[in-house]
Structure formats: C-alpha cells, structure tokens
Ligand binder design. Sequence first.
Ligand code: FES
Length: 104
Amino acid sequence: PTIIATDREGREHALAADAGHSLMESLKDNDLDVAAICGGCCSCATCHVYVDGGWVAALPPQAPDERELVQDSPHFRDGASRLSCQIRVTDALDGLRVTLAPED
Ligand code: FES
C-alpha cells in the first residue's frame, strides 16, 4: 500500500509500505526522520505521528499502553496522535495520510 507521509518541513512523501510491517518501520525504511529509540516496543514515543482526520476511524483502536504513552507527549493531539510502531500496515490502509509530530 501507498502511505502519504508529511515530514517536519511540510514535504509530502508517497511511500511504498509493506503490508505486515509497522508504520514506524515503513517510515524509517523510506528515510523519514523517525527516531524510534525503543525499536517499536511502545516505550519511547519517538515514533509519534498525527493521523489525517479521515483515516482515524480506519485504524484499529489504541491499546491502553499506547494511549497512556502518547498522551504524555507535549505535542499530543487528541484524536490524531498515534505511535506509528503500534500501527500494522495492511492493504486496507492504501492512501493513509500521516504527519510526523515534532521531536520532543
Ligand atoms: Fe518507541 Fe514506537 S518506536 S514507542
């Protein structure tokens, strides 16, 4: 599936993502600046993205641990903030739009 990711300079990138990988991996594989310090185990929040409004409902709901971690971010936006390591890419997400959150 193709994911449209906007970087911190406001540039849009159309990424060829692999179904089954996490969104965080797909962003990193395509050289977007996602630190992902914890490697995807939901403990660092450096993979924070904002999901475009029209896509929020298409994603599986947040697990409590993801919710807790992301809402501690100073850049948290209710309804849009997700940790990209917790989103599995599927073909149903073709066209998904996300924006990288500012670094803390
Ligand atoms: Fe650390 Fe997502 S990579 S929380």
